[in-house]
Design a protein around this ligand. Structure first.
Ligand code: DX5
Ligand code: ZN
Length: 216
């Protein structure tokens, strides 16, 4: 049986109550924390830098920090986020112009002894991932257009997950991000995901209770 992880996306966290929210995260059954880095260019939104990740590293020391880079120049941000405490860094294939650069960036991330992931946007063909499946620790399927929380889940992304389930080695997890709630989580799990990212759904109520409804 595969181990399912929930990765609450702190894009939707209530920053006016940071401490209390982190306490709830620590007490919940989520073992991961998903951290969306946006630069205002790759996506039309701007979020956090490495110093904020450092804050989470302190406040949630036991959580696995999953960094999702939505930036034009992912290479530039690898070292700062490694130093800030990332356990895994994922970047978009669409951000790099050729496959060689993708291989190099995966190697660079691994050179810091952390995990590396590749992400594809909804319009990107899943087969672009084929040649990297033996190299990466995670593939992330976007089930909304990246940039904002609270969007509707795109069901037509599920065949990508089904394809990957058949083709990834045991060393590679499948993650899905965007529009996950108790209903869509069931569909994503059925299709074969290992990691559910959930932002607005988890933070709209008691975090522990919301997380539990995703994995029950
Ligand atoms: C969107 C981000 C997501 C976002 C998901 O670009 O990558 O991680 O936080 O938010 P929900 O779960 O609200 O769709
Ligand atoms: Zn994300």
């Amino acid at each position: 049986m595969r181990k399912i992880e929930v990765a609450p996306s702190v894009l939707s966290l209530d920053y006016a109550h940071f401490e209390g929210q982190c306490q709830q995260l620590n007490e919940s059954n989520a073992n991961w924390l998903h951290f969306d880095v946006m630069d205002g260019h790759f996506v039309p939104n701007l979020t956090f830098g490495p110093d904020i990740l450092k804050g989470f590293r302190k406040a949630c020391p036991d959580l696995f920090l999953d960094v999702h880079l939505m930036v034009e120049d992912p290479k530039m941000f690898v070292e700062p986020f490694v130093k800030a405490g990332a356990d895994l860094i994922s970047f978009h294939v669409e951000a790099l112009s050729d496959v060689l650069k993708i291989h190099e960036l995966i190697d660079l991330i691994h050179s810091y002894n952390i995990q590396a992931g590749l992400v594809i946007k909804p319009k990107t063909d899943v087969h672009v991932l084929d040649e990297f499946l033996d190299e990466v620790d995670l593939v992330l399927i976007m089930s909304v257009e990246p940039g904002f929380g609270g969007q509707k889940f795109m069901e037509d992304m599920l065949p990508k997950v089904e394809y990957l389930r058949e083709h990834v080695p045991a060393s590679c997890r499948i993650e899905i991000d965007g529009g996950i709630n108790d209903e869509t989580a069931k569909k994503a799990l059925h299709a074969g995901v290992d990691v559910l990212v959930a932002g607005s759904y988890v933070f709209k109520g008691n975090i522990k209770e919301q997380v539990d409804t995703l994995i029950k």
